[in-house]
Design a binder for this molecule. Structure first.
Ligand code: DGY
Length: 326
């Protein structure tokens, strides 16, 4: 659809190179001070703009979309669980995301959490900073060797596969649960084991990594019951979405030392982080930084620009999340 000087509203500050190009191409309203939009601002933006460039920090629900005039939501990020896709579909709003360009960085983050947790990096650093280190000791800060362990990946899409490649290089054996078995060539290259039963996989693993998108089906997929299936020495890693784990149950599990630890880049009620995580020694936590590299953030911007420009030029945007009517 070709529109006259359509207004593009960007809800958060994007990298300079991305904003500069957007200014050249579009009638764009940027968010110079990078404040997170209030509900009212978001509703107003959706009513005024032709295209909304959103991020994970914008809850675009039915209330926001009900009177919205927007024709397109070009999300800056791959996850779209903050957008009510059903209402967007009903209103024929095009929704796009930025797949592929943050895969390696997010997989790196999952690997970093795994290493940090298994080798107690956070605990060690805290000890040093508190000047509480008394020097090397044969039994000091003993962790778990990753080589030879079993990693169970829940969600074997792009990021799950990228994590599997990294983990394999560390001598870890790869197991996964997914809606279906992945392409045979990749499955064989990874020497992977596919588990159709998630419960059976969890019971056997030394490390579990959450790499599935957050959907109705995967909400709290790591439930209290499933946390209870994990082995006592096992680690849980999450660089996907906080909502795929029952966070209250996880805190209870960690407090009871029923698993060895958790490495978390994401939380259920971001930006609120349950303060229990701050006092638990057996966790490594990060503030949702999986895609936080200059390279990924610039490439995500490039994807947004291509999606918006293609749409405005009257073509089908390449990274459509909802494709039915186009
Ligand atoms: C993503 O791309 O989904 C990241 O988590 C940031 O939104």
């Amino acid at each position: 659809m070709v529109m006259n000087k359509p207004l593009v509203i960007v809800t958060r500050k994007l990298p300079e190179i991305v904003e500069a190009r957007m200014k050249e191409l579009f009638n764009v309203r940027l968010n110079d001070d990078d404040h997170a939009f209030s509900r009212t601002e978001l509703i107003n933006a959706a009513n005024e703009a032709d295209i909304l460039v959103s991020t994970v920090t914008d809850k675009i629900d039915q209330e926001v979309l009900s009177n919205a005039q927007i024709k397109m939501i070009a999300n800056y990020g791959v996850g779209v669980d903050h957008i009510d896709l059903k209402t967007a579909r009903n209103k024929m709003i095009v929704v796009t995301n930025t797949p592929g360009v943050l895969t390696d960085d997010t997989a790196d983050m999952a690997m970093a959490l795994m290493l940090g947790l298994s080798r107690r990096m956070g605990e060690g650093e805290r000890q040093l900073r508190k000047s509480g280190w008394k020097g090397w000791a044969p039994t000091g800060m003993l962790g778990m060797r990753l080589g030879g362990k079993k990693l169970g990946i829940i969600g074997m899409g792009r990021i799950g596969q990228a994590l599997a490649r990294r983990a394999k290089a560390f001598g870890i054996s790869i197991h996964y649960h997914n809606r279906k078995q992945i392409e045979e060539e990749i499955h064989n290259e990874l020497g992977a084991t596919y588990w159709s039963s998630l419960d059976q996989m969890i019971i056997q693993m030394d490390i579990i990594s959450m790499n599935c998108p957050h959907t109705e089906e995967t909400h709290h997929i790591m439930s209290k019951r499933r946390l209870g299936l994990m082995q006592k020495h096992a680690l849980l890693i999450n660089a996907a979405r906080g909502d795929v784990i029952d966070e209250t149950a996880l805190i209870e599990t960690l407090e009871a030392k029923a698993i060895a630890g958790a490495g978390l880049d994401v939380f259920e009620n971001e930006p609120h982080v349950n303060p229990a995580f701050f006092t638990l020694e057996n966790v490594v936590i990060a503030p949702h930084m999986g895609s936080a590299t200059n390279e990924a953030r610039a490439a995500m911007g490039e994807k947004v620009i291509i999606n918006v420009k293609t749409y405005l030029d009257g073509h089908s945007a390449p990274d459509r999340v909802i494709a039915e009517w186009i």
